[in-house]
Design a protein around this ligand. Structure first.
Ligand SMILES: *Cc1c(COP(=O)(O)O)cnc(C)c1O
Length: 470
């Protein structure tokens, strides 16, 4: 079998025709035999007919049997302009004619330099230095390690702990899991994790506080923690404005800027994890801009390359960067890097992505289209089992509940989220739920007509599952 593939591979492009000549059944068989899928119970998966994507075009993905589906969650929160976008495809091709990869350890490459310059131009003011990696999780690891080492250089080595938010998600590597707080994903690894202090994320649905009290109460709570532990705290890590994986939880206005003030006052670093919220997702280039906040460290990934290739960044202020400068013998170097750090193909497509943002005036369009989505979603709130709709820009979460009046949740065994998304797939849209929350995160470039078609499927799927029992 292997020699069969290698023979074909040596003939270059011919591998493509081999791959496309395989039938769905053959691919399904090989998928079952060889692939272990992320965040997937393989037993159930093996019993299902798997979706196998062959190609994409615009806001749609097509399976090997030729069925088209709207990419309703932007291939898990990444995609910006759609698939097979000429400008992005061309950027990769022309970089490929130069070089695919060279290391960033002690040397540079052209796209990595130009992308860093561009990023600093669009980042919240005061963020000045870009450190590359290849996933959101690694960007978070880097931010945590930078924070700890920063305090050592500042002569405060006792400041090494982190404050995080309840239900936070920062990625799946061990450091990122240590500042994560979703028990279902994280509890298994407790013995490997460093402890972090968890405070509640401000959140209005089911809150014990009155809406006008929420921000004040939560900031008070944070301040108490900072008063008690500030001397040991390296930083506070937060998903600014929208907490994503916990179910698209939108922070009430005023909290983030209040948190920034507290961090400054108690001398701890503010780490904004913008991996999900960055690059226009919430209607601003970065979510921190909603409250004119500059964090000390900002992590970004997902939409950075338009959803094309794995590139992520940790961006720091001069204050942090400068603390690492010293003579070689002082050993103040930041000893961290990955094989593919600053990958030229990824950086080239990220640059093209950002150029296209400007050319298409995409942020303005997102603002307009977000208002359109808000209007369309109003009727959803009348549905019998829609408990809460949360939206910031193109991040939307619709929480399905058993009882709307008491806000009683469906039990997880009922799997209403999974069922609704399965129904949506039958109707032509790919979604992935978070428990009982249906996540809708279309590519930012989706047109109004496309959004309407997607929302129609969303509407039908929710009614079919929660009211018609399909
Ligand atoms: C997705 C996500 C991450 C992890 O990014 P990966 O690229 O999947 O490692 C980290 N933080 C937030 C807020 C995310 O949404």
């Amino acid at each position: 079998m292997l020699t069969f593939y290698y023979k074909r591979l040596t003939k270059g492009a011919e591998i493509l025709s081999v791959l496309t000549s395989l039938s769905y059944e053959q691919l399904m068989q090989k998928n079952k035999e060889y692939v272990w899928h992320p965040f997937t119970q393989m037993k159930g998966y093996m019993e299902d007919e798997p979706l196998i994507i062959a190609r994409g075009e615009g806001r749609k993905l097509y399976d090997v049997q030729g069925n088209g589906y709207w990419d309703g969650v932007s291939s898990i929160w990444l995609n910006v302009h759609g698939h097979r976008v000429k400008e992005l495809d061309d950027a990769i091709r022309s970089q490929l004619d130069q070089v695919a990869h060279s290391t960033l350890l002690g040397m540079a490459n052209v796209p990595a330099i130009l992308l860093a310059e561009k990023l600093i131009e669009i980042m919240p003011p005061g963020l000045t230095k870009v450190f590359y990696s290849d996933s959101g999780a690694t960007a978070v690891e880097i931010a945590l390690k930078m924070a700890v080492q920063y305090w050592q250089h500042k002569g405060k080595p006792q400041k090494y702990k982190f404050i995080t938010m309840k239900e936070a998600y920062h990625g799946d590597t061990i450091g990122a899991v240590s500042v994560g707080a979703i028990d279902l994903y994280h509890e298994t690894f407790r013995s490997l994790l460093f402890p972090s202090i968890k405070t509640p994320y401000p959140y209005s649905y089911r809150s014990p506080y009155k809406p006008e009290e929420i921000v004040g109460k939560h900031l008070d709570e944070m301040e108490t923690v900072l008063q008690n532990y500030g001397d040991e705290i390296a930083g506070v890590i937060v998903e600014p404005i929208v907490q994503g994986a916990s179910g698209i939880i939108v922070m009430p206005p005023g909290y983030l800027s209040g948190l920034r003030k507290l961090c400054t006052h108690y001398d701890v670093l503010l780490i904004a994890d913008e991996v999900a919220t960055g690059f226009g997702r919430t209607g601003k280039m970065f979510a921190c801009e909603h409250e004119k906040v500059t964090p000390d460290l900002l992590t970004a990934g997902k939409g950075l390359t338009g959803g094309y290739l794995p590139v992520a960044v940790t961006v720091a202020t001069d204050e942090i960067y400068d603390a690492f400068l010293g003579e070689y013998e002082e050993q103040k170097t930041f000893f961290h890097g990955h094989s593919y750090t600053g990958n030229p193909l990824g950086c080239a497509v990220a640059l093209a992505n950002l150029e296209l943002f400007e050319k298409e005036r995409l942020l303005n369009a997102v603002e307009q289209k977000s208002i359109h989505i808000t209007k369309k979603l109003q009727v959803f709130s009348e549905l019998k089992h829609v408990g809460n709709i949360r939206q910031k820009g193109f991040m939307i979460g619709i929480e399905l509940v058993k009882d709307k009046v008491t806000a009683e949740s469906y039990s997880w065994q009922e799997r209403v989220g999974v069922k609704t998304c399965r129904r949506a797939k039958e109707l032509g849209m790919l979604l992935r739920p978070l428990g009982n929350v249906i996540v809708f995160m279309p590519p930012l470039a989706s047109t109004v007509t496309e959004l309407d078609e997607m929302l129609e499927i969303l509407w039908e799927s929710i009614i079919d599952v929660t009211e018609r029992g399909l």
